[in-house]
Design a protein around this ligand. Structure first.
Ligand code: CA
Length: 230
């Protein structure tokens, strides 16, 4: 595996140059593709560590690029999309993208996303462990119990399922549809409304003595992500 090799897929030269200059300045190795077909071909031949993918490409759609890459690889994919394309972001995440940045984005924001993905790669390198640890949060999957510090969390079965699902995908934005399909097996509007209620309750239970929690981040209109806090 090439260490820290990033595949940049962007047909707009000005955006592509910005991304490339940013990566270069931060010692990342990169390859570029300016259309969907060459993105898929480069992903297959170079096996990059991260893909930064523009959704609006001149030949095949970015969503199609994600689907094709996902047919053989779980390589992290960060989608780059315009602010007006919320539905596209959701489709991209449902197709298997890990995260997104919204145009116009800052260099700092882009690098933060790349770092999150790198940590995700490192964290999942030895995955399939029976115990998950993130800061003070510990989940014992074998026992079906979760702890915050030394205190066991008293979770309802659905809250436990939600927490486990987020933990198993730490660093990745999960859409409402993805979560409800995994937890309830369906995705009606009612489920999304219920999800908000369960998530509010779960977040409350993860709060520290100052009444805040950093584990579960809400992406308004899109879904939720568990952040690495350690
Ligand atoms: Ca474009």
């Amino acid at each position: 595996m090439n260490k820290n090799l990033i595949l940049v897929v962007e047909d707009d030269p000005s955006v592509r140059n910005l991304i490339v200059a940013t990566l270069k300045a931060n010692d990342y190795k990169y390859i570029v593709a300016d259309n969907g077909e060459s993105a898929v071909a480069n992903a297959a031949s170079h096996n990059p560590d991260i893909v930064l993918l523009d959704l609006g490409l001149p030949d095949i759609d970015g969503i199609e690029v994600i689907k094709r890459i996902r047919s053989w690889s779980n390589m992290p994919i960060v989608v780059i999309s315009a602010r007006s394309e919320d539905d596209d972001k959701i489709s991209a995440l449902d197709a298997g993208a890990d995260d997104y940045v919204t145009k116009p984005f800052s260099v700092a924001e882009l690098l933060a996303r790349v770092r999150v993905m790198k940590r995700r790669i490192d964290a999942t390198a030895g995955s399939e462990q029976s115990v998950f640890v993130n800061g003070d949060l510990r989940i014992d999957f074998a026992a079906g119990s979760a702890y915050l510090g030394n205190a066991e969390l008293h979770l309802t079965p659905i809250e436990y399922k939600l927490l486990s699902l987020l933990a198993k995908n730490v660093g990745k934005v999960l859409t409402h549809t993805y979560i409800t399909q995994n937890v309830w097996g369906s995705s009606w509007d009612n489920d999304v409304a219920s999800l908000r209620v369960f998530m509010a309750s779960l977040r409350k239970k993860l709060e520290n003595s100052q009444g805040t929690q950093d584990y579960i981040q809400t992406h308004v209109g899109i879904g939720y992500r568990m952040n690495r806090v350690d």
